[in-house]
Write a protein of this length. Structure first.
Length: 338
């Protein structure tokens, strides 16, 4: 089978959901942070930023097949990495195939859709950093890259947003919500590293978005006291507003985590205290005239009654992802106008 290979420049054009790409002679690595800031970040932040949650290749083509080559020896990849790679292929927005492959360098060909032009979206696993070494279509096929005309939704949070527990990359709660509402989503969930960072706030301010959700608090329940957490949340919102002064924005407080609800940290913090602080900061800015800024109570999204799908009392598991997605569809996204 004769093929046409996409150049590295065109692979970059095909990537959706990444903040920046690293282009080397070996291939293209999608990142969810500005790489120029890596010297300012902790090892944990780097580890999570190179994990491609929500990142996908989007190609409009009449090619009967798409071939993808990847390498997994990526600088920054560390931590509890999955044993398998997983790729979800959507054809015109509908699930076509899930391919599971033992972790390691590989080349895979996806095919089987009907003749004619289709939008092919190839989702990368949310916790499997990789380098894209090759993308190829059949010779002579048409090819439009990357363009996703749907409204842009950027969501930021912790491992709960990165959703490493999901059954697959299209089954994270952000991906489910985006599919239901026909949104082009960017997942800025960083497991263990949602630290109310001014760097991340500045990056979000510069990232195109029609809708924003910010899930703040859970990773820093023991890292701030009430005074410093209040200032950090206020500063984060103000920085985001520098780039998105009127974009509809919902600040979502932490979902239920029983051990963190009643046991104060060394700084005297609990999740109820955090929720109250976030709510009050949001209400203050609303009173100052920010009518497009809103608050959503995370404990109403996943509560004590949902521990059947949160076995570690912190993360929704694979069965919990659709439940959390449904709660967002019912309680958060309508605030944004859906």
């Amino acid at each position: 089978m004769s093929q046409q290979e996409l150049s590295q420049v065109r692979i970059v054009e095909a990537l959706v959901g990444a903040i920046e790409t690293e282009v080397t002679p070996q291939g293209v690595v999608p990142w969810r942070i500005y790489r120029g800031w890596l010297p300012l970040l902790s090892e944990g932040e780097i580890n999570r930023a190179v994990e491609p949650a929500g990142v996908r290749l989007r190609i409009e083509t009449d090619s009967p097949s798409v071939t993808l080559g990847v390498e997994t020896n990526v600088p920054g990849a560390a931590g509890d990495l999955p044993a398998n790679l997983m790729f979800d292929v959507l054809v015109d927005g509908q699930m076509h195939e899930r391919r599971v492959q033992p972790r390691g360098d590989c080349e895979l060909t996806f095919t089987g859709w009907s003749a004619g032009s289709h939008v092919i979206e190839l989702y990368l696993q949310q916790k499997s950093p990789l380098r894209i070494t090759r993308v190829a279509l059949e010779a002579g096929a048409s090819c439009k890259l990357g363009n996703d005309p749907r409204p842009r939704w950027v969501t930021h949070g912790s491992s709960i947003t990165q959703a490493g527990q999901a059954a697959g990359p299209t089954e994270t709660w952000p991906a489910i919500v985006a599919a239901k509402l026909n949104l082009n989503h960017t997942n800025l969930g960083y497991g263990g590293n949602c630290i109310v960072s001014q760097l991340v706030a500045r990056m979000i301010a510069a990232t195109p978005a029609d809708y924003l959700t910010l899930c703040l608090g859970i990773n820093v329940v023991g890292g701030y006291d009430q005074r410093t957490f209040r200032a950090a949340v206020a500063g984060f919102i103000l920085t985001v507003r520098d780039g998105h002064p009127t974009t509809p924005l919902v600040c979502v407080s932490p979902i239920c985590s029983p051990p963190r609800e009643v046991n104060p940290t060394a700084t005297g913090m609990t999740l109820p205290i955090q929720r109250d602080i976030i709510r009050k900061v949001v209400m203050y800015f609303r009173e100052m005239g920010d009518a497009n800024l809103h608050y959503a109570d995370g404990s109403a999204l996943m509560s004590q009654a949902d521990m059947d799908v949160m076995p570690d009392e912190l993360h929704p598991n694979a069965q919990g992802q659709p439940r959390l997605a449904q709660r967002y569809l019912e309680k958060v996204m309508p605030i944004l106008g859906f």
